[in-house]
Design a binder for this molecule. Structure first.
Ligand code: UD1
Length: 429
């Protein structure tokens, strides 16, 4: 298994290109199931999760082609992917594939809406709490699907098609909003989703479905109104920039000091996370090129942050923020409200010398002057990158094990960071 070796202490300076968002690319690929015409996605990031979903869609009989690089192309520009779901040969998503990536469960929405049936394994995915799918199933039931759970599989049937409904989510869920929005796009009549997720990736998917001939309004607010259409057509759509990758590198710069242009990043996608970064002492300026993040001289200030659905502080940046606050001049408090058990990085950050006290959903971080390099282990996607941030500022060498978690969500991380002066390399095997 690959490892990443980091020798900390170098400030980051230069430019980091921001890739397309993983959390938009995955549901956009799944939206390709909604039409028998070609959906062309641009700016798709090269990630293990994207390849995994390609395999899953391939299993349904979907043809996916990825355009190779052309001479003169920017090495960091995303891939162009053509998804052709003209024929869906199989409406089953098997355990072996779905268990590797939770978001692949979301194929259930488009499959039942277009084919009238789906058999999808209950998901696995990140080990960050129980992560049930009850909201997805309740939404599909409300749209008229019959749902049965048998031997670890969800069977959803709607032989006569789905019907628009009024759905109130008990709690904000990104995945359940995607499922309901996609399914309702091909349902008969109008659907209203209340307490819907407002994440930018939901807006991106809604915009793509609208480009395919869908009729979705209100995306980006907590009430989404969908008027179903009998069929959707092909379209071209470009994946929006990854706000989590943006926030991660911004925190890395705030941690090490330096001056980096995050090119292609969009400030509006970060919302409250930008305020937090500034509060920590980073200087953030917004331009047409992207976001410029600097921290010179002044230390890191402690913060109190609670994770929340968008536009609140994202749970997907919680681990990275915690790494940053380990070196703050004072005590910080981070409350995780979205996922229980999303503190697996705490033990590993402690190996670098961090002082963190956990009490239920609240982590209290007492800033220390110095971290020291150590061997550490990646446990999930966002936790693993928090260890990278810690190691970049630690004295001496750190070795990060199990980096396959990183490859699920960060494109060419070591290349991007070493181009800005970090001493970081991947060791194979
Ligand atoms: C998505 C993101 C993930 C992010 C999370 C929260 C993708 C591919 N993944 O995950 O990176 O951390 O949003 O921003 O976009 N819940 C239920 N029942 C359900 C569904 C969810 O109880 O049927 C709960 C979850 O356990 C969790 C909360 O709702 O406590 C939010 O989860 P949700 O927004 O659904 O997360 P995902 O869509 O899985």
């Amino acid at each position: 298994m690959d490892r990443i070796r980091i020798v900390g202490g170098n400030p980051l300076t230069g430019s980091i290109p921001i890739s397309g968002a993983k959390n938009a690319a995955l549901p956009l690929m799944i939206a390709g199931l909604l039409t028998d015409e070609k959906l062309v996605l641009h700016n798709v990031p090269r990630l293990a999760d994207v390849s995994q979903l390609q395999r899953i869609l391939g299993n349904h009989g979907i043809d996916i082609t990825v355009n190779g690089k052309r001479r003169g192309d920017d090495p960091y520009s995303g891939q162009t992917m053509e998804i052709d779901a003209r024929v869906i040969v199989d409406t089953t998503a098997p355990y072996e594939l779905v268990s590797k990536m939770r978001a692949s469960f979301w194929v259930i929405g488009p499959l039942v809406a277009r084919m009238g049936e789906a058999k999808v394994s209950l998901p696995g995915g990140c080990a960050i709490g129980t992560r049930p799918v009850d909201f997805h199933l309740d939404a599909l039931r409300a749209l008229g699907a019959e749902i049965e759970i048998d031997a670890g599989y969800v069977l959803a049937r709607a032989p006569k098609g789905l019907k628009g409904a009024h759905i109130l989510f008990p709690k904000v869920s990104v995945g359940a909003t995607h499922t309901a929005m996609m399914a309702a796009s091909l349902a008969e009549g109008e659907t209203i989703l209340e307490n819907a997720a407002r994440e930018p990736e939901i807006v991106d998917v809604a915009d793509c479905i609208n480009a395919m001939g869908g009729r979705i309004e209100g995306q980006g607010t907590s009430t989404i109104r969908i008027t179903g259409v009998p069929r959707l057509k092909g379209a071209h759509h470009s994946v929006l920039p990854d706000r989590i990758e943006t926030g991660t590198y911004a925190m890395a710069v705030a941690m090490t000091g330096g001056d980096v242009m995050l090119s292609g990043a969009r400030a509006d996608l970060l919302d409250s996370a930008l305020d937090t970064l500034r509060e920590c002492g980073a200087e953030v300026t917004v331009s047409n090129e992207g976001l410029r993040v600097k921290r010179n001289g002044a230390g890191i200030s402690p913060v109190e942050v609670t994770t929340a659905p968008f536009p609140g502080f994202p749970t997907d940046l919680q681990a990275q923020l915690m790494a940053l606050t380990t070196r703050a001049r004072g005590t910080s408090k981070i409350t995780e409200t979205i996922f229980e058990n999303r503190f697996m990085h705490v033990q590993e950050l402690a190996r670098l010398g961090a002082r963190i006290h956990l009490d239920g959903e609240i982590a209290t971080i007492e800033g220390v002057e110095k971290l020291k390099g150590a061997p550490v282990m990646a446990t999930d996607l966002r936790a693993s990158v928090s260890l990278v941030i810690g190691a970049l500022a630690a004295e001496g060498e750190s070795m990060i094990h199990r980096v396959y978690h990183l490859d699920r969500g960060f494109e060419r991380l070591e290349e991007k960071l070493s181009a800005c002066g970090a001493e970081i390399e991947r060791l194979a095997g």
